[in-house]
Design a protein around this ligand. Sequence first.
Ligand SMILES: Nc1ncnc2c1ncn2[C@@H]1O[C@H](COP(=O)(O)OP(=O)(O)OP(=O)(O)O)[C@@H](O)[C@H]1O
Length: 246
Amino acid sequence: MSHLLSRPLVELHGVVKRYRLGGAAIIALAGIDLRIGAGEFVAVWGPSGSGKSTLCNMIGLLDAPTSGSVSFRGQDAAKLSDNARSDLRNQGIGFVFQGFNLVPVLSALENVMLPLQIGGASALVARDAARLRLEQVGLGAQLTQRPSSLSGGQQQRVAIARALIGAPALVVADEPTANLDTANALLIIELMRRISREEGTTFVFSTHDQRLLERVDRQVMMRDGCAVEDRLHAATVATPLAAGGY
Ligand SMILES: Nc1ncnc2c1ncn2[C@@H]1O[C@H](COP(=O)(O)OP(=O)(O)OP(=O)(O)O)[C@@H](O)[C@H]1O
């Protein structure tokens, strides 16, 4: 789907993020303009320190820019109260992290149920929805297992199921494959892309692994806080590795 034709879900205008470290100013983002449409599958690529995580935090409304604006579903995040911004984020955006961030004492099912229960859903409703999501990511047989008994790839699939449990329009994944081997990294990307295609969910993930870029529709290349390249790309589909993988 073209980012020029599709309705923008996220819009960044002139986004600058500056940090102070001692007396020095660090420019993490140097003025980013970006429009991400509904249903796009986007990789943010760049070397260490180029600003990928900072950009993900902006897109996910986890952090505010020093200057410039970030809008989600047409709403300028800076013009919302803290509560309204949290509501917008909680209802519209799911997150996946490099370290999976699962609760160790909870089962896979309980981990995925958690966001719905925090949002006020009954255990019955949350359990049914979580089971469906875990089946969708190929973990229907691992519902009662704790994270420590799952592989890294399986833990990240639980985290993806958890990110999707509220049916968000956008999933932001900061280096979701950094702790995985290549085979599992590719499976995770294929899984996210399949869900994006099936449900129209927008995915934005960061990576420093260039090999993953051929699996995405759009590549945003970061260098020194700037988006130096933003291009559409005909993604390679279904590899033998991914077929039947989960
Ligand atoms: N909280 C912070 N305080 C000070 N400087 C920061 C902070 N967060 C990020 N930076 C700096 O901003 C720049 C961009 O960091 P960022 O983490 O966004 O890059 P990255 O591309 O995600 O790097 P990596 O691949 O290593 O995670 C770096 O120079 C980093 O040191």
